[in-house]
Design a binder for this molecule. Structure first.
Ligand code: NAP
Length: 248
């Protein structure tokens, strides 16, 4: 009997969960547990790490998981790597739902950089107002560039003190182009640091940067092991042997 495990945590994973529930497939939705009040899902939900590769392999065996869908954020590299190894170990088919990265459009001024430390080093020497659109667990390297005035935006208020003083916005996306233009103007932002997450929900800040002529330090995606990868929910449903009314 089929039982799918969705490794989730982003909006696309929630849309996939809706399709899977609609198709009547037995499935579990797994959250990493970083967000305090994760959105409800129409499937059985579990929250928190599995305990590395071994823990995930045990979970797959114990729960009789027959298919694993990695629908995590493209920068959730540890979870994605663990899924590749645990599925290989247990002989479980794995597919990754991975949204297309953003590509530069005419007028975009991007400095493409491999990681967060390099992004901090790429900021100018002269003090600037910087929007760090990168999530609270990644901001620490910017403490070594204290001359800048940072704006941060988190889903939840931070539970521990920030590593440096910053303007903090607490808000859950998706964000609109008008909203992003207003926020960037109000904060007087001159530089944006972002990760190439792809997708529409986070894209508005990049479009707003282009319209305002702002430079973006764009952190490229982490390298992941080879795995079956698709870009649409419809293709995941096909892989599970189900038709969907969604376009491929
Ligand atoms: P990560 O660095 O790849 O994962 C760290 C550890 O967290 C994993 O080894 C695993 O612990 C646990 N974990 C992560 N995702 C999990 C899931 N869906 N279910 C169960 N355990 C999970 O990931 P991250 O960047 O911290 O992201 C954590 C979660 O937030 C993911 O679900 C991701 O989709 C979501 N998210 C991440 C970002 C981002 O910017 N990275 C943005 C939006 C949402 P064990 O080794 O103990 O199994």
């Amino acid at each position: 009997m089929m039982r799918a495990l969705i490794l989730g945590g982003i909006a696309d994973a929630g849309l996939l969960a809706t399709e899977i529930a609609r198709a009547g497939i037995d499935a579990v939705y797994s959250y990493g547990g970083r967000t305090r009040a994760p959105a409800d899902q129409p499937l059985r939900t579990r929250i928190g790490g599995f305990g590395g590769v071994g823990g995930l392999a045990d979970y797959i065996r114990r729960e009789g998981i027959t298919h694993v869908i990695d629908a995590t954020h493209p920068f959730a590299a540890e979870m994605s790597r663990n899924a590749v190894e645990a599925c290989a170990e247990t002989g479980t088919p794995l597919i990754a739902l991975e949204r297309t990265p953003w590509t530069k459009a005419l007028g975009d001024n991007w400095v493409e950089i491999g990681d967060v430390d390099a992004a901090a080093a790429a900021l100018p020497e002269a003090p600037a107002r910087v929007f760090l659109a990168i999530g609270r667990q990644h901001i620490a390297p910017f403490a070594v560039r204290p001359q800048h005035n940072y704006t941060l935006r988190f889903v939840d208020p931070p539970e521990t003190p920030l590593p440096f003083a910053a303007d903090l916005i607490v808000s859950r996306g998706p964000f609109t182009l008008d909203g992003e233009l207003e926020m960037l103007r109000k904060q007087g932002i001159a530089w944006i640091v972002a990760r190439n997450s792809g997708g529409d929900g986070a894209r508005a800040k990049i479009d707003a940067a282009r319209l305002l002529g702002l430079p973006v330090i764009m952190i490229t995606r982490p390298q992941l092991p080879e795995r079956k990868r698709v870009e649409s929910i419809a293709k995941v449903m096909q892989w599970l042997g189900h038709r969907t009314c969604l376009g491929a």
